[in-house]
Write a protein that binds this ligand. Structure first.
Ligand code: HEM
Length: 256
């Protein structure tokens, strides 16, 4: 039998895993942002897109994607935390002054805050999934597309959530700020771990990492704020309220 405790995974492998899974999650974010932009094309297009995702390859695609995403999340968190813990073990006495190394190592305030920002992003994803993915399906309702197909009205859920409660919009804006900080250091660090460290390409790759981080955060940040500003284009009385949804969940958890 294989004894898992005997399997030693080197720090280099863990860094490689952190980088690979991190970049895969960034690719998911790019696809997710592009998909979410169809919100601006109206309920017909967005709901048809959501319906397509759920039924593509008889539902196999979404199941595989979800399995991949969950595995990447778990591996990413495990490898990142364990590399950071072994670094701390190797340096038991903390420096009297924790400085910003800067320079070649690109060690900055961002790198010191990676674990904290990662935890905040994890919390955001849990709230996000609870509200959008595991929403109260009866409250979401359905819509009939032009071709007569009856689909879940995910558009109503998303637009309604952002138009119905500014606190929720604010929560997204803050979370996107944290995501930006995490990605600004993370994308570059992943590229380095994968060995793209030629002196001539370093400045370009560093810049590319920053651009990707800012573009994603700004894109996700703009969605809720623009939807909020466009209120009045949708019937606010028929909207599911995220705060109500969260209190329902709390009740369910506490009362069993
Ligand atoms: C304003 C921005 C966003 C909007 C409007 C949005 C919207 C949605 C919606 C509607 C779903 C459910 C899809 C469905 O099951 O039909 C979803 C799923 C998901 N979202 Fe977002 N999202 C946003 C930002 C983000 C961000 C920044 C992250 C990660 C940091 C994220 C991670 C996820 C994940 C992991 C899923 C589950 C995917 C799956 O299992 O199929 N989302 N999002």
């Amino acid at each position: 039998m294989i004894n898992l405790q005997n399997i030693q995974i080197s720090s280099v492998t863990k860094k490689l895993l952190t980088g690979l899974t991190g970049l895969s999650l960034v690719m998911f974010l790019v696809a997710h942002l592009i998909g979410n932009l169809t919100l601006f094309a109206g309920p017909e297009v967005f709901n048809a897109y959501a319906q397509f995702l759920h039924h593509f390859m008889h539902g196999m695609f979404i199941r595989l994607a979800e399995f991949g995403l969950l595995s990447f999340f778990i591996i990413h968190i495990w490898s990142a935390v364990s590399v950071s813990m072994s670094k701390r073990k190797a340096r038991p006495s903390r420096y009297a002054v924790e400085g910003n190394a800067g320079g070649k190592s690109k060690k900055s305030l961002h790198s010191l805050n990676m674990i904290i920002s990662g935890c905040i992003i994890l919390l955001f994803v849990l709230v996000h999934l609870n509200h959008f993915k595991y929403a109260d399906h009866e409250a979401v309702g359905t819509m009939t597309l032009a071709d007569g197909t009856e689909v879940q009205n995910v558009y109503r859920l998303v637009v309604g959530s952002f138009q119905g409660n500014f606190g929720y919009v604010l929560f997204y804006m803050l979370a996107m700020g944290v995501l930006c900080s995490h990605l600004m250091h993370g994308v570059w660090s992943a590229v380095q771990s994968l060995g793209f460290t030629r002196p001539t390409t370093i400045p370009y790759l560093h810049m590319a990492g920053m651009v990707i981080a800012i573009a994603l955060a700004v894109g996700f940040f703009l969605l809720p704020i623009l939807i909020f500003m466009m209120r009045g284009t949708f019937d606010p009385n028929a909207m599911p309220d995220p705060v109500h949804h969260a209190s329902l969940l709390l009740n369910r958890l506490m009362l069993g």
